[in-house]
Each structure stands twice: as C-alpha cells, then as structure tokens.
Design a protein around this ligand. Structure first.
Ligand SMILES: NC(=O)c1ccc[n+]([C@@H]2O[C@H](COP(=O)([O-])OP(=O)(O)OC[C@H]3O[C@@H](n4cnc5c(N)ncnc54)[C@H](O)[C@@H]3O)[C@@H](O)[C@H]2O)c1
Length: 377
C-alpha cells in the first residue's frame, strides 16, 4: 500500500502544523506545497524535505500525484481553491473558517457532493482527548440535561493600534473578523461537545480601536470590523449560551474556554490548560481530571496517545483530526459515510457559517434575536 499524498497550499503560521500533523501519521505525507512565489515555495519545500514546491496553486491542484488538497491560506481563498481542487477530483481539506459567507460554504458543499470527493474542515481543537471525553460524558447523560453553555476566546495580539493582520481586512477574513475566525472554533466546539445545535443568536459587536497603523502603508487606516463580540445563543433543546471574544485582552494568550452546566454536573475545559477537565458537582467534591488514557471513556481513549503525566496539547489534537480525515480517505470510504463526529465536513463548516451570518444579522438589527438558517443541509 502506498502512502496517501497530500498537497498543501499556504505555508504561513498554520500550514507547517498541517505538515507536522500529517507526517506524524505514517500512512500519509505532504508531497507538494504551494505558496505565492516559486522561489519561496522551492525554499520551503527544500527546508522541510517536501518533494515539490509550486509558486502557483493551480499547478499543485493539476499534479496527478496529489490525492488530497489541503488549504491553509487566508480565508478568502478557501472557496476558489477548494472549488478548483474538487473540479480536479481531489479530496479537499480546508482550514477554518470554511469560507467568508454561508453562501460560499453552500457552493463548496454542493460541488464536493456532486463530485463525490471527501470534504473536511479543520476544527482541530475539539480533538483534544479531554474534550472528546467531555463529549462522551454529555452524550451518556453524565451531566444531566444541558442547560447553560458559556465561554470565550480571548487573545491579546490586537491590543495596540500598531497591531495589524489580514484578519482585519473584510475582503480576506469577512466582515466580522475574530467573531467569525476565532469564534468559529467555539461555535463548533459548543455544538460538538453538547451534541446540540445553536438555533438563535443575539449579538453585540463593538469597535474600540477604529484606526490602526498597517505595515507598509502611510498614516492610520480605518478599521471596519469589530474588535469585541458578545453573543447570546439558544440551543435546540432550549439550553442557553454565552460567548465573548476579543484579541485586546492583555495577558490572554490563547484563552479558549468552554463550560457546560447540566442538571447534574458542570464541565470546564481551557485551551491554556489542555490536560485538565474540571468536573463540578454539588453533592460531592468537584474534581479536576488530569488527562490519562486509563481514565477516559473507552471509545475515546485513543485520542490520548501518551500515558498520564505526559502532556498533550494543540498539535496532538491536530494529529488526531488528520488521522480521522486521512484514514477515512485511505480506506476508500464514500463521503456520504462521514458522520461529522470523526471529522467536521463541509456540512459542519456550513452550519458554523450560518451561525456567523445570524450573528451579523443580529448586530445589524441593533442586537435582536435572529434565527440561524435551517441547518438541515
Ligand atoms: N485550525 C486552527 O487552529 C487555525 C489556526 C490559525 C489559522 N487558521 C486558519 O488557517 C488559515 C491560514 O491562517 P494562517 O494563520 O496560517 O495565516 P498566515 O497569514 O500566517 O499564512 C497564510 C499563508 O498563505 C499564503 N498564501 C496567501 N495567498 C496564497 C496563494 N494565492 N497561494 C498560496 N499561498 C498563499 C501566504 O503566503 C501565507 O504564507 C486561515 O483560514 C486561518 O483562519 C486555523
């Protein structure tokens, strides 16, 4: 059996982590990368022992030796690149958020379904072993009925007006910036861990730093996207949710947190303490479960690759997700068999995009409850 051959487009921050996660699997490899110039593609390919480096993604997609195209570029390129890869009959992975709008995501899903290729979105964080354990606990009723889901994604990299990134450009990241980009992980995680869908939202979005200095441009540039978002949610079982995000919170490096309170117990997981799951109870002492495969629910035990005491974190969750996606492809399974639990598909990405659309509609309406478009896709 030969190794599955992945072509990776985009090699900035997250691209090399896709490469790392794929190489850890053993049965797959990245055999080509594409960046914005021939020179940088070749240099990066050489540096990482990747066989081919292309300065144009079209050549990577046309390469007959590529089985799977993995897209790790800024978000505005996800739709055109994914459509081209699907057209060429390749299986496709795109990083999150799946697209700039739900209309784009819908087009991508329809194209992948027509062509019969496997499609996946890298909501990687949910494959942390303790989040998978939390999902298993909720699914078997261990915390009772889910009533209240809350959390945040707080960072600090936009604290000053000299901080700038493509995520502030609506043309590249959409009109909601971090509320869509970082928020996508939380909306997905909240739905995945609870097993419930968000059906309505009420959003309050603000902009505190209205002009920023953009590298390479003279003078201050107007910023047209929010830098703070607060979202109330209602889930399909009536549970309520509360989410906040901003990248202007000094001291918060990558503080993605989720807490779920049910009728019997609460669960809390924090990305900055990824080996701990807090389990809150009233009639007995609350506990902090430290990651240890021996203590995890048997069906999800394999998400912990190391014995207790050896910490596992973000790159390990990424590896877990890539294993699920690429083993599905390697086994030659039909995309219709994908269940969205083993890996998020374009359906999952579309649902999240629809939540983001509803958040935008709510904010435009001055903070009124807005339904999430029918997620039965
Ligand atoms: N899953 C996660 O946890 C996670 C984390 C970070 C970023 N992301 C997502 O991954 C994507 C990339 O984010 P990033 O932080 O790596 O951004 P980045 O700016 O660090 O890297 C993007 C790369 O894409 C390249 N690129 C741009 N246009 C290209 C083109 N036409 N052809 C080939 N390459 C091109 C750029 O040169 C750059 O190297 C975004 O959608 C982002 O939301 C996901």
């Amino acid at each position: 059996m030969r190794k599955l051959r992945v072509g990776l487009i985009g090699f900035g921050f997250v691209g090399p982590h896709h490469l790392d996660a794929i190489r850890r699997l053993g049965f797959a490899d990245v055999t080509a990368i594409a960046t914005t110039s021939e020179k940088s593609a070749r240099a990066k390919a050489e540096q990482h022992f990747v066989a081919k480096g292309y300065g144009d993604w079209r050549r990577l997609i046309a390469d007959p030796e590529i089985d799977v195209v993995d897209i790790a570029t800024p978000t505005h390129l996800h739709r055109p690149l994914a459509l081209a890869a699907i057209q060429a009959g390749k299986h496709v992975i795109v990083d999150k958020p799946m697209a700039l709008t739900s209309a784009e995501a819908r087009t991508m899903l329809a194209a992948a379904q027509r062509k019969g290729v496997t499609h996946a979105v890298t909501f990687n964080i949910r494959y942390n072993a303790l989040l998978q354990h939390a999902r298993a606990l909720v699914a078997r009723g261990a915390i009772g009925d889910v009533r209240f889901v809350r959390g945040h994604y707080l960072q600090e990299w936009l604290l000053r007006d000299s901080d700038y990134n493509w995520r502030l450009e609506p043309a590249q990241a959409g009109s909601l910036a971090m509320v869509a980009d970082a928020g996508a992980h939380w909306y997905d995680m909240a739905q995945h861990v609870t097993g419930r869908r968000i059906v309505r939202v009420l959003a309050d979005l603000s902009s505190f730093i209205r002009t920023r200095k953009q590298p390479g441009r003279v003078g201050a540039q107007r910023v047209r996207v929010p830098d703070l978002g607060m979202v109330l949610c209602e889930f399909d079982n009536g549970a309520r949710g509360l989410f906040a995000t901003s990248a202007m919170c000094a001291g918060h490096k990558n503080d993605l947190t989720i807490e779920i309170s049910g009728s019997e117990a609460s669960l809390r997981w924090e990305q900055e303490r990824p080996n701990e799951l807090w389990i809150g109870r009233r009639e007995e002492p609350s506990q902090t479960l430290l990651k240890d495969p021996a203590l995890l629910d048997p069906p999800v035990r394999h998400y912990a690759a190391l014995p207790g005491g050896h910490n596992e974190a973000w790159p390990d969750a990424f590896r877990n997700l890539m294993r699920n996606i690429l083993s599905f492809v390697a086994e030659g399974r039909h995309p219709r068999e994908a269940d969205e639990i083993a890996f998020p598909t374009f359906r999952t990405g579309l649902r999240v995009a629809r939540i983001v659309d509803a958040i935008a509609a709510s904010a435009r309406a001055g903070g009124r409850w807005k339904p999430v478009a029918n997620s039965d896709v």
